[in-house]
Ligand binder design. Sequence first.
Ligand SMILES: Cc1ncc(COP(=O)(O)O)c(C=O)c1O
Length: 382
Amino acid sequence: MIYLDNAATSFPKPEPVYQALDTFARTRLANPGRAGHRMAVAAERTLDAARHALNQLFRGEGPERWIFTLNCTDGLNLAIKGTVRPGDHVITSDLEHNSISRPLRALEKAGAIALTRLASDRGYIDPDAVRRALTPRTRLVALTHAANVLGTVQPIEAIAPIVREADALFLVDAAQTAGVVPIDLRATPIDLIAFPGHKALYGPTGTGALYVGPRANPTAWREGGTGGDSSSEVQPTILPYFLEGGTPNVLGVAGLAAGVVWVAERGPDALRRHEVDLLRRVVDWVECTDGWKVAGRWDPDTHVGALSLVVPDGLTPQDLGSILDTSFDIAVRPGLHCAPYVHRNLGTFPDGTIRLSPGAFNTEEDIDDFLNALAEITAGVL
Ligand SMILES: Cc1ncc(COP(=O)(O)O)c(C=O)c1O
């Protein structure tokens, strides 16, 4: 199969990730920190090493500030629900994935918060629009770093100081950028950043992380065993354990740690450029082919490896996705991509678009096969 759905989850994983999973599962798969025996200590060290690796790659304020989560959704929910209080104002955008839009909309519908949803312009949010939307009641600004439908990277370096100046918290959803866009938490005042381990950091599914900066103090909505300090009647307040009740996915984190090392060796920007170079072939093809359109603004310098195509009349994204899968052995993602508001903005609601998202292991030949398949399918239909 030609796998072009890396924005959903990356596949295949680098060889060291498979090896780390196999070795860890066979030799160290104990409950980290719970027992004090050598295997438990080795498992705890794996978690610590992964926190250090994340802290180094993103230049955070300390490894203990990295909370392991189930996925990006888990981290975003922890950040949003642990931070927002009744009566707060929250700013978000129409580019967001449902993992931000739904918790915020639910709070808005319950009358708990006032919500401003900024409209994007061809895939980009204007920092001045954030400035204009801030009020004295704004507690949180929750924005995606790159739109998962369009691949457009948002100017978070310009937005973060605006949010900080207003004394609000800045939550960044780095689901589409962690591993492919350099993020420097020392240089950019971000309070909370969530990402999955299973996309461009090349870890397995079931992994993710939330970084909790010094100004953020989310409440723990999952309380329970933390390995140490069992005598305490309530959740110990020390990070990361405060926010990590229950046995962590230490096997997944062992794989994620190998993925982070693999990414750090290559450098996020080199990985991004490989993906964007592949997408350039698609954009060139679209420009000289009737009926097709790229959704959003194509700017290779502010793009990750996800691109949405508006399909020609006479075809639906769903039909196209299924023909590509069954007749050409090519995996892409048709539809709304869990981000309905941006499709409304683009006029592609409710059918959506077809999104392709190459990863580190895709080649020019994969893209050419994809484009030949599109040409063949449309020739038969149009
Ligand atoms: C921008 C964005 N945010 C959040 C998520 C949710 O990630 P997860 O499935 O790891 O919870 C995704 C997944 O595609 C995404 O693209």
